[in-house]
Design a protein around this ligand. Sequence first.
Ligand code: TMP
Length: 212
Amino acid sequence: MVFSPGEPATGNRTEMCRYIALEGIDGAGKTSIQAALRERLESVGIEVVAVREPGGTLLGESLRRVLLDGPPVSPWAEALMFAADRAQLMADVVRPALERGACVVSDRSVYSSLAYQGAGRALGIDRVRRINEPGLAGRWPDLVILLAVSTRTGLARQRQADRIGSSGHALLSTVAEAFDTLARQNPDRFVVVDAERPRSLVVEDVWEAVGL
Ligand code: TMP
């Protein structure tokens, strides 16, 4: 990363910042780690925009309700709604934030669609990638931190399972395998962190991955 803490906020600020995504199966602890990472980044003077997928825009929050608590949704309708949510978030929040030099820390990203819809719903990772590409317009996360937990831990940690998270062990283990494969295929973009450990240790590894 082209950044050293304390460096004046001049010049090409977008160079200093990154689009960081936290990924993992349901119950991996992304939301709590996102809060910790945000605090750390802000403590060194970096503006952070924290977002979640699905959600983060008016359209996105409506889609979130439909996707997570609504009526049955066919696999392709599900994949297309996640892609629509992401396209809106990219246009309204992520791209403007990156352009003004903020860092974006996202709870999930396009990689969730590849893992859940591409692999979990068996739609095909390449086909799901293709429906997402127009909305992303080339803006993939710079860094993906994969919080790795076993499906048993993930299921046990879920306080209130949503429509997708409650699909059970088989879906979650397919998703977990897909995340592992994606991480192996993209070693420059992914860092895998063992999130079975106490939160403080996980936060330290995440901070190291961010590399400030
Ligand atoms: P979470 O944000 O609380 O983890 O809940 C989001 C749920 O939506 C979770 O079960 C994963 C699922 N999901 C997908 O299936 N595909 C996606 O592209 C995204 C962003 C989430």
